[in-house]
Each structure stands twice: as C-alpha cells, then as structure tokens.
Design a protein around this ligand. Structure first.
Ligand code: NAG
Ligand code: NAG
Ligand code: NAG
Length: 389
C-alpha cells in the first residue's frame, strides 16, 4: 500500500514539479545537528560548496533548531546568480568568546552575486566578551556576526541578529543590497554592538528594521552612496549615524543618503553625523533626514565634527559637510539642547536646511547650539535655529 502511494506521489512529482526547481541542500543531510552543541561548521561549508557550485538556482536549508557554528568563510563567485540561504532555525556562535576572538569575523560571505538570506536567527553569544570588557580586562575586540563583502544583488529578509560580540551585520564593498525586516536585539549596555554597518557600498535599502542595541542602530561609514532607510525603529541604541569619518587619510565621501519615517526611543542620539577633528579629508553631501519621531532622545539632531573616541585630536576636521536637510522631525529631547551643529572651523557645514522641526524638552522649550554651521530655515522651527545664513 505504502509503495503504491509512494509511486503515485512520485508520478505527481513528475507532473507538477516545476522544471527549474531549486536544488535544495539541507544542512542536516550533510551532518549538521540541531542540538546547539555539535559543531556544524563543516556541514554548512559543504552545503555552501554544493549550492555555490550549482549551475542552477540552489537553496541551503537550515531547519528549526539551534546549530553551533565556528568561524565560517563562504566565498564566491558562485556559478549561478541565485543562491538562497533559508533559515528556519538559529545559527549560534560558541559561548566562549575566545574561540572567535582571533578573527574580526564570524560568518563571512565574499564576492557573491545574487544571494538571498530568508528568516532565522543569528546569535553571536557576545555576553562573555562584554563581561571581559566591562571588567576592564585586556580582551580582544570581538568578531562581527555577519559580514557581506564585495558582493552584488543581495537580499536579506526577516532575519534576527542577537547578542553580537561586536557589530551585527556589516555590508562592505557591495552594490544593490535590499534589507527588509532585519532586526537586532541586544542589551543597551553591550559595547560596540552596532546593529547594521554600511560602508564602501552603493544602492543599499534598509526597510522596517527594529534595532535595539548598545551602540549605533545603523552606522554609515566612508564610501557609502545612494542609501535609502525607511520605517526603521531604534532604541535602546546610539541612533542612526553617518560616521565616524576622518579616521584615515583619503576616505571616499558619503553621498545621497535618505533616512525617512524612523522612530527613536530612549536613544543617545537620533540623526547624527560625526567626524574626528583630524585633517583627513572626505565629505558628506546630499543627506535627507525626514519624518522622524523622537521619544526622549538625548541628542535628537546632532552634527559633531569634534568627535572623540578614546582620545581627542584637538585639530579641525578636514571632512566637508554640505546639503543636509532635516524635515518634519518632531518629539521630545531628553536634554535641553535638542539641535546641535558643531562643524569644523576649517570647513564650516554648508547648506543645512531645517523645515518643520518640533522638538521639546520635558514639556518646555528646548535649545539649539551651533558653531561654524550655515543654513536656512523653512516652516516653523522649535527650538529656534542658530544656523547663520
Ligand atoms: C540617490 O539614491 C536613491 C536611492 O536612495 C537612488 O534612487 C537615486 O538614483 C540616487 N540619486 C543619484 C543622483 O545617484
Ligand atoms: C512603511 O510603513 C508604512 C506604515 O506601516 C507602510 O504603509 C509603508 O508601505 C512602509 N514602507 C515601506 C517602503 O515598506
Ligand atoms: C549643495 O547644493 C547646492 C545647491 O543645490 C549646490 O550648488 C552645491 O553644489 C551642492 N554642494 C555639493 C558639494 O554638491
């Protein structure tokens, strides 16, 4: 009876299976164990080798359960431009941070064109490293959880990144990246745990992320161009930041960045641009910050060109900031100064536009603070602008 049924189903399969069906590689079939403690790195790497080596579209399937993974380098280029990683379970780092500490990376995808990640959880188990850092011991920086480097046509949907040792998701040297529903959930007191970091990349879209972490929710490094961020929420965290820029000489600039319809709750900063006070040049141009809600944010709007991070430089920043628009930004500041523009004495900020800003502090008027900042104002502005024309 069973045999007959199986035969009938196989016939149905012949008739109904689409001819271009993905080849699917289940990591469990290749030796991975969903038990949270058997090292499954090898099985994932062999699934990658098969999927990436496939001439036709291929899927790596990670079923429910918890898979322990050590450092893993998934390298392209792949034969097809349609490789999918479908995660129904969680990928978990070793709980002893020393296992990954020798490397800046945990999961690393390099030189892929046409790669999608759907669903799942990536757990960096960073708490032992945060504790080492909090105890003031000599500890390594830690490994970034997920890095996508030198890649194109990347899609990540509904992924949860949690408890990273350091940054959670890094997009570096990529083109055409679409992130939707990529969430980060990590304690607010964890050090250097940026949610999503984008640098040297173009055409990156970040939609509908909910980020709770201990450092920047989204950080944008040098060479990022044509970025669109919409419907993201941040808090706890340090806000959405362009920078820190001016760390090294000859950094490529940041251009054409839009942050719209975002919400910040209890964060250190809202919309921030920061550069070190070093002579290294670089630029930030054509930035649109629009439709943001601030709930008890310490620095809702801030440009800081004297950013200090473990040592101030005391000079004037060589980074040129121009054409930054703030439109429809409203809500509450947790400090008296709700808008702060402190630009370089050598390169004053130019073309700042404020339009319909409504920020208050504990029910009364907030203040703004400026140095070396030029710009204009439209609509009603609260607190009053201190930009000079
Ligand atoms: C600016 O970025 C948007 C995406 O955010 C893109 O659609 C647009 O083409 C870019 N503009 C230029 C001039 O590159
Ligand atoms: C942003 O959220 C609003 C309200 O939930 C929704 O209507 C809109 O489609 C979202 N935008 C994008 C690009 O997902
Ligand atoms: C800033 O915008 C102004 C006015 O649109 C334009 O003339 C200027 O070239 C822009 N600045 C840069 C650095 O592109």
């Amino acid at each position: 009876m069973l045999k007959i049924l199986a035969f009938l189903f196989s016939l149905l399969g012949v008739f109904f299976y689409p001819t271009s069906a993905d080849t699917t590689y289940n990591v469990v079939d290749l030796g991975a164990r969903p038990d949270g403690h058997t090292d499954s790195t090898h099985a994932f790497l062999s699934a990658w080798a098969k999927a990436c080596g496939s001439d036709s579209p291929a899927t790596i399937y990670v079923p429910p359960g918890s898979f322990l993974l050590g450092r893993a380098f998934f390298s392209g280029p792949c034969k097809s431009n349609k490789v999918t990683l479908q995660i129904d379970g969680s990928l978990v780092a070793p709980s002893d941070y020393r296992v990954l500490a020798g490397s800046p990376f945990w999961l690393f995808f390099d030189e892929v064109d046409g790669f999608t990640i759907n669903g799942g959880t990536i757990d960096g188990q960073g708490s032992s490293l945060w504790k080492c850092k909090a105890d003031g011991k000599k500890c390594p920086d830690g490994a970034r959880s997920l890095t996508i480097k030198k890649s194109r046509n990347i899609v990540i949907n509904r992924l949860l990144l949690t408890n990273g040792q350091l940054f959670h998701l890094v997009i570096d040297g990529c083109e055409n990246v679409h992130l939707e529903g990529v969430n980060v959930k990590t304690p607010g007191d964890s050090p250097n745990t940026d949610g999503i970091h984008v640098q040297s990349s173009s055409d990156v879209t970040i939609l509908g992320s909910n980020i709770q972490t201990g450092d920047d929710c989204i950080s944008i490094g040098y060479g990022a161009t044509s970025l669109w961020m919409e419907n993201n929420s941040c808090g706890p965290g340090h806000g959405i930041s362009i920078g820190s820029l001016g760390r090294v000489p000859n950094e490529p600039g940041v251009q054409n960045v839009t942050v719209t319809s975002s919400t910040f709750t209890g964060t250190e900063n809202g919309l921030r641009i920061k550069t070190f006070a070093t002579p290294h040049d670089g630029f930030v141009n054509e930035v649109h910050f629009e439709h943001a809600t601030m709930n008890n944010v310490k620095n809702p709007i801030i440009i800081d060109q004297n950013y200090c991070d473990g040592g101030c430089h005391g000079g004037a920043s060589g980074v040129k900031i121009s054409n930054v628009t703030y439109k429809d930004i409203h809500g509450t500041s947790a400090t008296q100064v709700a808008m702060s523009f402190h630009c370089s004495p050598k390169n004053p900020c130019k073309g700042i536009i404020l339009e319909d800003i409504h920020l208050s502090c504990e029910g009364h008027a907030a203040e703004s603070s400026c140095s070396n900042a030029e710009g204009i104002v439209y609509g009603s502005i609260e607190p009053e602008s201190c930009l000079h024309a």
